[in-house]
Design a protein around this ligand. Structure first.
Ligand SMILES: [Zn+2]
Length: 403
């Protein structure tokens, strides 16, 4: 919102005050937050939904979203649809956009460093098969990653909340090595589990849960990036192994993947089966050629990812026991860990003993989390909002006023 417009609101309306973004106006029915204004003339002929996409999309983006032609357009459409109906994500993307005048959602997602690192470690043949598959982060609800078929080819989407889950689990798991206090590693575990259960609001970049010293954050992020690459490799493998064919497609409403989305769009993805999941895990690592350091790092990242997923499986089974039926088509994370360990050369990743010890530790910790924290703090755990790392969050911010 430009400064002139803000000034005129403040001048003409005594009940208006400045917000971090735009102005807040007190009304008899609560307050109204005006974040910006768009010129409708810029969006003429682009359909009635165009103005909803306008705050975080360029006109070129909107044209592609309206009538996607290439597989990349379909990925862009998925990205935009995941944001448009979620007011908090709207604000996150407004913050990411900042003052950039030539912003576009497509451009925002152009950075593909992690994709390129993974792809550059494949055989030439697999590289050629995958290099043009559009893939990357999408603000999917919960911890999903999908390889899905569109009219123009397969696309891969990895949920951004899943990355946050991994990041906070890394702080929990490795924090002590960096001198992070128990109360903070405990909070980090709680935040991770809340993300997985859908209770943590999607506004990490505008309301950081705690700002770690740069070197610690950088280390945690680099481990998270490797875990992302294992998941990416898993989805690439679904593509390479031909799991995404018409015969094993089923159609789900997009709303099952996205927060607060009740669109009429549908999405197709393969029917899950244990065998396909085990294979995708294995090929994600197996396909790495010629770089043993990367293969070792990726194997460790795979084991960590699955160990972390095991903790949230235990928590979710406790808080929502009926869900077991819904996901029984997915193998449990510990079976996936041992399947990989059996096939993988012993020089890569963690040893079977290390895996058993770590899984044992994580299971014990998770069970204590349930019996000592969760049962007494159910409301606080399930309340939608934000939890923080106490030592790294010096001042709590006021929603909308400060961010
Ligand atoms: Zn899979």
């Amino acid at each position: 919102m430009d400064a002139e417009l803000i000034e005129s609101f403040l001048k003409n309306n005594p009940k208006a005050r400045r917000a971090k973004e735009g102005v807040i106006i007190d009304t008899d029915n609560g307050f109204l937050h005006l974040r910006g204004a768009i010129k409708t003339s810029d969006y003429e002929g682009l359909g009635e939904d165009a103005t909803f996409f306008a705050p975080f999309c360029s006109v070129a983006d909107i044209k592609k979203i309206n009538s996607p032609k290439t597989a990349s357009d379909f990925l862009l459409q998925l990205r935009a649809e995941s944001i448009v109906d979620n007011p908090r994500l709207n604000r996150v993307f407004l913050a990411r956009k900042g003052n950039k005048t030539n912003w576009s959602l497509e451009k925002y997602y152009l950075d593909r460093k992690r994709e390129e690192t993974y792809l550059s470690n494949l055989s030439k043949g697999n590289y050629e098969k995958l290099k043009s598959i559009p893939s990357g982060s999408v603000y999917l609800d919960g911890a999903n990653a999908i390889c899905t078929k569109t009219k123009a080819g397969n696309i891969i989407a990895i949920s951004e909340p899943l990355e946050y889950f991994l990041y906070f689990m890394n702080i929990f798991f490795y924090g002590e090595d960096f001198g992070i206090k128990d109360e903070d590693t405990q909070a980090s575990f709680r935040i991770a589990q809340r993300i997985m259960a859908g209770h943590e609001s999607f506004d990490f970049d505008i309301d950081p849960r705690g700002t770690l010293p740069e070197h610690i954050h950088g280390w945690m992020k680099s481990i998270t990036d490797l875990q992302y690459q294992f998941i990416l490799g898993h989805e690439y493998s679904h593509h390479l192994l031909g799991h995404v064919k018409d015969s094993n497609l089923r159609t789900d409403s997009l709303s099952s993947f996205m927060a607060m989305h009740e669109g009429k769009h549908t999405i197709q993805h393969y029917k899950y089966s244990h065998k396909l999941e085990y294979d995708a895990d294995w090929y994600s690592i197996k396909n790495i050629k010629g770089n043993s350091k990367f293969k070792d790092d990726l194997s460790k990242a795979a084991f960590l990812t699955l160990m972390y997923l095991e903790t949230s499986r235990i928590v979710l089974d406790y808080t929502n026991p009926r869900r077991t039926n819904q996901v029984s088509s997915h193998p449990d994370p510990s079976s996936r860990i041992y399947k990989i360990r059996k096939k993988l050369n012993n020089k890569y990743g963690f040893s079977k003993d290390q895996l058993e010890n770590n899984l044992g530790y994580l299971k014990d910790y998770t069970e204590q989390f349930i019996s000592k924290y969760l049962v007494f703090n159910f409301d606080s755990f399930e309340e939608y909002g934000s939890h923080y790392l106490p030592s790294y969050k010096t001042r709590l911010l006021n929603d909308r006023v400060d961010y």
